[in-house]
Design a protein around this ligand. Sequence first.
Ligand SMILES: Cc1ncc(C[n+]2csc(CCOP(=O)(O)OP(=O)(O)O)c2C)c(N)n1
Length: 616
Amino acid sequence: MELNHIKDPSVLKTMSIAELQSLAASIRAFLIESISHTGGHLSSNLGVVELTMALHKVFDSPTDALIFDVGHQGYVHKILTGRADRFSTLRQTDGLSGFLKRNESVHDVFEAGHASTSLAAGAGMLHAKDITRNDGEIVMIIGDGALASGMALEALNYMGHDRRRAPIIILNDNEMSIGQNIGYLSKLLTKIRLKRSYRTLRKAAKKLIPGAFKGFGAKVERRLKTFISGHSTFEDLGYQYYGPIDGHKFSHLLKAFRVAKEENRPCIVHVKTVKGKGYAPSELDMTGKFHGVKPFDIVTGETTTSEPHERTMSRAVADYLTRLAHRRNDIMVITPAMVAGSELDEFVRAHPKRLIDVGIAEQTAATMAAGMALSGVRPFLSIYSTFLQRAYDQVLHDIARHQADVIIGIDRAGIVGADGDTHQGIYDIPMLSHVPNLTIAHPKNVAELYGMLNYAFTAHHGPYVVRYARGAMVDVEDDGYDTTPIPPSWESLSDGTEATLITFGACVTAFQEAIQAHHLPIRLINARYIKPLDASMLADVDTDKPIFTLEESTVRGGLGEAILAHLVEHDKRPACFRMLGFREAFVPHGARDDMMKRYGLDVNSVLAKVRDTLAS
Ligand SMILES: Cc1ncc(C[n+]2csc(CCOP(=O)(O)OP(=O)(O)O)c2C)c(N)n1
């Protein structure tokens, strides 16, 4: 069947198992081929081909709401809901989103990007049914990684208590988060899977050796049973439990989903899938390399873009930490499930006991860092800007209030590109800049990053935040490691007298080059510390001439507002003050450069604005 011809999931309704299997094979081949060109979330989607098809066969979307947690595994759902023809534009500017989007399809009932929201969203939809009288089912599809997060566990606890409502939770258990899963819940799921094997074993043993489980055998069996008692945990929480089901066998999936549909109390269907199913490099991947991929060669599995060979800021941070941990034994790194994303694999190899991956648990990661710091260890909390949003209270209440010596490395600060609106790193400055005791830095390059880290680890007391962007930074190799510490201060990089431009990050160098090349009469200030402001440099800024601030962040609550407030408070009212950055908008997915241009924040657009102001 031509996948482009699928307009909606009704095509599945009359299909036989053989036809479903054949379509599943086509979908898998299509995913591998298409993602090899565009990049995207490969493994998670390959794992849920049969699962998603079976859901769409048994349930009637959108009357029945299918809520996909995160949404990164929603590609099969997209194909079945008429979007196969747009896959060549996946995650590109103005193209198909890599997550579910309500404006793409009526079948996308709830959007995400951050993990573990599906159960709470479903709980809300269940309550809404009391008023709307909508009688559709509410089906939540969540991975074993996401289920272990606090948000998911809270909603699991909440929904289990109400036996009048009938949420259907589909647990997609592939024993993996991005990389290997961690925590007790993953052990519990293993126990449950073992129980199934045990049942099969017991049946076989009874057939072969009558009386196998009498006397001493019975004792062994009792022991085994106590060990393998995982399933009752879900039952104890109030759910009818079905599983584990083979997630690649249509007959099993269809049967289980039909039973769940008839159930009139909370139920969980535990589906066992293989992450990356059908593509060997992806099936064998234990580190998360194929979870989210760049364009790749299908035969070798190797990336076809040059980017990975370049040195990223994440990599520079990881290299620094790896070397530092050789010198100092009080350094620990904490990450909430992002070892691969933040390129910490090398650190783990070098210092396996010094990295703690807490799973998708940003709040726990932040408070753990505080606890560690107050116990004499120097933790580096490595966290994406977007996911730090989950841990605002923990940063404020546990880290900052205690003046804990935690260094927070904010990865993916700024525009992130293909992941889009749910992942943009443009909210952490407003979120953190008003928090007492925090110092916030953002280097323009690797050398500056190392100078800041040297300062943070050797001279700074209290919490220290260092932000760095996604993408390649090729300026300095490891020899920058011993760079002189850079304490809070700004640097003035050109001495033009007609206007001042204050900014930070990688764009500083681009502006410096453009100002020099075009002999522009602009004073350029590198505000490498967003907090504290450099009061002595601000005292020296010419407020009779236009001042521009530029940040790859939201303007409200950002650096520009802080500078303006400071100047006004110090009786230096600027004649003309323009704050450039993102206004009230969620910035969609697409190439970073495209987005910067679209919002008028690229070097050329900014300099054009400065020129216009000077000319007027
Ligand atoms: C709050 C939050 N933290 C981290 C992530 C990054 N992330 C995306 S998918 C994923 C793993 C999810 O694992 P699982 O739920 O088991 O789904 P799978 O991909 O294995 O199917 C992680 C950590 C995220 N999206 N949201």
